[in-house]
Design a protein. Structure first.
Length: 61
């Protein structure tokens, strides 16, 4: 995980170098409340959790 500067958002994002998936961001709560529907939030949450589970599974094997 590394911090990368992003021009469109004032702040930094944690970026996973393996698959470049954006995992967490400084303004996540604000963006989730204002710009995403409940279905989209659930979908993103599931993707993030599955990705974490897969990585744990690969490490534990």
């Amino acid at each position: 995980m590394t911090l990368e500067k992003v021009n469109k958002i004032k702040g930094f994002l944690f970026v996973d170098k393996i698959n470049r998936l954006l995992l967490y961001q400084r303004f996540k709560a604000l963006i989730f409340k204002k710009h995403l529907s409940n279905d989209t939030k659930r979908f993103l949450w599931v993707i993030l959790r599955l990705n974490e589970f897969e990585r744990c599974f690969l490490v534990c094997r």
